[in-house]
Design a protein around this ligand. Structure first.
Ligand SMILES: *[C@@H]1O[C@H](CO)[C@@H](O)[C@H](O)[C@H]1NC(C)=O
Length: 290
């Protein structure tokens, strides 16, 4: 049997179908979703900073900072580092406040686990935009003519493994790829197997491990590598290291295709064909909590 996986540009996480059309923002360059674009955002942010970060107002964030450190078990190597992180945190809370009033979606903003990272650090952590610029040469698959159902969730069908955590490694591309293949394998073979991201981080010669990569390249590398090993045989440790593939891969793919960037079309394809790998503008998720 021929197994084909699907790619709709890169991604930060495997997606589920539920509410797809409402919540997904397809990647269109880094930058929060604010009416009037980047310039308007900079202005609003500057004004908010002046309003919020007057001398006395620094105190406003002290409680939130303590709570954040406690909730996420954060500790810093020195007082200097902590001061630096706290400053970044405050700037992020200003962004959160701005987004809460200006962003046109329904998200709630506040301190996420990433709230002590600068925007630049977070961008690289998830996916450096330079990888998107590289593009792909996959052929495009046709979109089914039926619109997507109102609600659809591949998790309910058993096609999705538990949520995994990439840790401090820029390997979103590897997780996106395995999530996609886990779903496609389940649909074709009726078997849900958690697959090895570490194999991609360490053995894929085109992508750059913890420094980033693209699912479109990973699919081709998986074919070269002969498939993917199981998570349990080649567990994730989130560091760049020598390739240690040893057992036989448990799944294979024969090809990969791209689909439309239109959210409605993605939803129709997904409902008919299974989980996909996507890329989203995740810049605002740094301070998004729900
Ligand atoms: C798909 O790939 C597998 C593993 O490499 C191979 O055994 C199989 O023959 C391929 N199938 C087709 C139709 O090319």
């Amino acid at each position: 049997m021929k197994l084909i996986v699907i790619l709709a540009f890169c991604l930060a996480t495997a997606v589920y179908g539920k509410g797809l059309g409402d919540t997904l923002k397809v990647f269109q360059g880094i930058g929060p979703v604010i009416a009037g674009g980047q310039e308007a955002q900079a202005k609003v942010e500057e004004e908010a900073k002046q309003q919020l970060l007057g001398e006395d107002d620094y105190e406003n964030y002290a409680g939130l900072w303590a709570e954040f450190k406690y909730t996420h078990s954060k500790s810093y190597s020195s007082l200097e580092e902590e001061v630096e992180r706290y400053e970044i945190f405050q700037a992020n809370m200003v962004r959160a406040k701005v987004l809460q009033t200006e962003e046109q979606g329904t998200a709630t903003y506040g301190p996420s686990v990433y709230a002590d990272m600068s925007e630049e650090e977070f961008r690289v952590h998830l996916m450096d935009p330079k990888f998107f610029a590289k593009g792909h040469n996959l052929r495009y698959d046709a979109i089914p003519s039926d619109p997507a159902p109102e609600s659809f969730d591949w998790r309910e069908k058993g096609a999705v493994t538990e949520v995994k955590n990439q840790g401090q490694c820029g390997s979103c591309w590897a997780f996106s790829t395995t999530g996609n293949i886990e779903g496609q394998w389940f649909i074709k073979k009726n078997q849900l197997v958690s697959l090895s991201e570490q194999e991609l981080v360490s053995c894929d010669k085109v992508d750059q491990g913890c420094e980033g990569g693209l699912p479109s390249d990973a699919y081709k590398q998986i074919i070269k590598l002969g498939g993917l090993e199981a998570e349990k045989d080649y567990p994730y440790d989130g560091v760049d290291e020598r390739c240690q593939m040893k057992t036989n891969p448990v799944v294979y793919i024969n090809d990969s295709v791209a689909i439309s960037k239109d959210e409605g079309e993605m939803a129709s394809w997904l409902a008919q064909n299974g989980p996909i790998s996507i890329g989203i503008n995740a810049a605002v998720m740094q301070v998004g909590v729900t």
